[in-house]
Design a protein. Structure first.
Lengths: 528, 198
């Protein structure tokens, strides 16, 4: 059964989707990963570069599906680059010989196999390295060998597994169901009294592979944001586990980097798609009307997260990000607190690229939208961050069906936004808004353990606090609060990988806390 | 299993929950329009009052029970189900309303906002005296948010008589306008403390 599940997945996926689990197989076999492609023109035929257990560099080119003679002729040039161009990487001496592998999740036709054999014979006689191949059957065996035990076989688990993996590709990810399913697998993997590092790492690595499978339908439809959410969810679980059990860095670094690569690959794919589109409508245009601006806002949030992520890693930020944000700046909307993280990322990104004025305008806009919806003595509230973006949009469409009394006079995100405005020194704006702000309770959830922040929901632990702001508020006290060092309140893995936070708040909007937002803000260096 | 209708039942469940909730809120009298908040996480919570006092949240369980025998089902109609749900909703609303009155009374006693009429009958003068004691909020357009008057049904004729007197005697209107002007001034002065200072 498990064999059939893996085979079914591999048969129906493309090379982008199986790339990460393939890398996980390499890690399981003791390879050290050096590079995973972003599919640019300078990759020289090498999608993955790794060093095997014997210290020999290996380069892999991944293809999807059965390879016919005509396919082979189309990419033979890339294979020659794979074989003959040396690997250029800071970790390797110039001219170090390497082994070359062509990987496919399908089969090689008889003609292709014969041609590869013939060419290898000639290359061997000329003392040149030969091309190795790995096809579907070997991939299935490898996956089963290293991660087969984590594929659910019990009917309830298998049913949920199939439901998630067959989930509509175009739909947004059911984040809670996804997280809880992975959490269930994690708990099973770690069951038992002995939790040695090997067992923990093996379980985490398997989760990464399973995630690829679960996201198959999203990869098929190139649903970039849903794919990013999936990887952020699994990384959140991974970080929680690593913190809980204090796992040493050298044991997990490869896997963590792999997941970040998956996130970055999709983010770049999102940028590429936006760049190539004439419009941003999806499906029937008339039906799309109420969903268009929320979509643009989501895109703004995730692209700003990508920009922040790259800049925290001191990498170049694609100019297409800023172009898109500039083009769509008047189309973004704040309908509920689950959309506030998108604005937070935008505010910080604008600050990063030197558009401070724009940051201030954005912040003021989003604060006012919370205040407008929370006017004292008025009836309609502003949906809290536990209501997903999709449900928030439906809340407005079906407003007579919803409990509008529920979200009045309290906000989970307002305090973070106010303190961000303080860091921008806009006392004048806050003076005008303070009276209305003072009517809204600042609501914040405090987990029992720091690593509980990675959890989707902590029903049974932690405490919720609702506090009215001080009515007569001192500006200098606000400044002191905004400039406090919050690093002690940030979970340790987020401090090690702060580039995770912009994506984390998009996927987990209910985790926006003043400490997290101000910590991110403290990492922003504005240009001179 | 036997043929079933899971998708349709999910829709019916939502509809019945809406009927239940509406029935419950219908029993809550003056608390019907009260804002509510769902606690999604945590096993404790605390809140601050407008005056800055921190209070721990007490949780009060409310529940209603119902029993339906399998043997009843063949003879029941959808109207019977709706009637049952409405009845249970009202019971739930009644329980919640009792609890809210209890909390309301405790809060009023703590704040000192209770007013002893010392046996005097309900009158416009008494209402005016009560208004003097209360804090009355005003919206941005200057409209007061007046308290609700909750009396027993037997007071109906008395209320009608009071309304008639109020229309016929201009001094009542003048007194009311004077009280509202004073309350607006008090409210504005209090709200002026909501500001950012150095």
């Amino acid at each position: 059964m498990k064999n059939r599940i893996v085979e079914n997945w591999l048969t129906n996926t493309n090379e982008l989707s199986y790339q990460i689990p393939f890398c996980q197989i390499l890690i399981a076999k003791g390879y050290k990963l050096l590079h995973v492609t972003r599919h640019g023109p300078f990759e020289q035929g090498k999608d993955v570069i790794a060093i095997n257990k014997d210290g020999i560099p290996c380069a892999f080119q991944l293809k999807g599906g059965d390879i016919t003679l005509s396919d082979w002729r189309n990419f033979r040039g890339e294979v020659e680059e794979l074989l003959d161009l040396p690997i250029v990487h800071p970790s390797l001496h110039e001219g170090t010989p390497h082994e070359s592998y062509l990987i496919t999740n399908g089969q090689l036709s008889e003609e292709v196999r014969r041609e590869i054999d013939d060419r290898n014979r000639v290359r061997k006689s000329e003392n040149k390295p030969i091309l190795h191949t790995i096809v579907k059957g070997e991939l299935v065996s490898d996956f089963n060998l290293h991660f087969g035990e984590f594929i659910p076989a019990d009917i309830p688990d298998l049913s949920e597994f199939l439901k998630l993996s067959l989930h509509e590709g175009e739909a947004n990810l059911d984040k809670q169901a996804f997280f809880e399913f992975l959490k269930g697998l994690l708990n099973k993997g770690l069951a038992g009294k002995r939790k040695n590092v090997g067992k923990i790492i093996n379980t985490i690595n398997s989760l990464v592979v399973i995630t690829s499978y679960l996201l198959a339908s999203k990869y098929k439809k190139k649903n970039h944001v849903a794919i990013i959410d999936g990887w952020v969810l699994v990384l959140s679980l991974v970080f929680q586990t690593l913190e809980k059990y204090s796992v040493p860095k050298d044991k997990y670094e490869s896997t963590v980097r792999l997941v970040f690569d998956a996130i970055l690959l999709q983010s770049q794919a999102l940028v590429d798609e936006i760049n190539n589109r004439e419009h941003y409508v999806e499906g029937n245009p008339l039906h799309d009307v109420p969903y268009y601006k929320p979509r643009i806002t989501i895109l703004n949030g995730y692209l700003a997260a990508y920009g922040l992520h790259l800049s925290f890693l001191k990498r170049e930020v694609p100019s297409e990000i800023t172009s898109f944000l500039d083009k769509t700046t008047k189309q973004i909307v704040s309908l509920g607190e689950s959309m506030i993280p998108f604005f937070i990322n935008l505010v910080l990104f604008r600050k990063l690229i030197g558009n401070r004025d724009h940051s201030e305008i954005l912040l003021a806009h989003v604060i006012i939208s919370i205040l407008q919806s929370n006017k004292p003595l008025h009836e309609q509230g502003f949906p809290d961050p536990y209501l997903s973006v999709e449900d928030t949009v439906q809340w407005y469409i079906n407003s007579e069906e919803m409990n509008v009394r529920e979200y009045i006079n309290g906000s989970y995100t307002l305090k973070s936004l106010v303190l961000l405005l303080v860091t921008l020194q806009r006392k004048d704006l806050l003076e005008k808004l303070w009276r209305r702000i003072s009517y809204i309770q600042f609501i914040e959830y405090f987990p029992e353990e720091q690593y509980d922040l990675y959890e989707w929901n902590n029903r049974d632990t932690g405490k919720l606090e609702s506090r009215f702001p001080v009515q007569t508020q001192s500006w200098s006290e606000l400044v002191e609060t905004a400039n406090t060092d919050y690093s002690l309140e940030i979970p340790s893995m987020m401090k090690k990988y702060p580039e995770f936070i912009p994506y984390f708040i998009c996927t987990f909007p209910h985790r926006v806390k003043p400490s997290m937002v101000l910590y991110m803000n403290s990492l922003i260096q504005e240009p001179n | 299993m036997l043929p079933d209708f899971p998708r349709e039942k999910r829709e019916l469940s939502k509809l019945l929950m809406k009927i239940f909730t509406n029935s419950a809120f219908g029993e809550m009298g003056p608390f019907e329009g009260m804002p509510s908040m769902t606690q999604h996480e945590g096993r404790q919570s605390s809140y601050s009052t407008v005056d800055g006092v921190i209070k721990q949240q007490d949780y009060q369980a409310t529940a209603v029970e119902y029993q339906v025998l399998y043997s009843d089902i063949p003879n029941m109609t959808l109207q019977d189900v709706v009637a049952l749900i409405q009845q249970k909703g009202k019971e739930m609303g009644g329980q919640m309303s009792q609890y809210f009155f209890k909390v309301f009374t405790q809060t009023v006693d703590e704040v000192g906002n209770n007013f002893d009429a010392k046996g005097r009958p309900l009158s416009i003068e008494l209402l005016h005296e009560t208004l003097e004691k209360l804090e009355i909020p005003f919206d941005e357009d200057g409209n007061p948010s007046l308290p609700k008057l909750i009396v027993s049904p037997s007071m109906g004729p008395r209320i009608e008589e009071m309304q008639k007197n109020e229309k016929e005697k201009p001094e009542y209107k003048e007194k009311y306008a004077e009280i509202m002007a004073r309350k607006k001034k008090e409210w504005d002065e209090k709200q002026n403390s909501r500001k950012l200072v150095d």
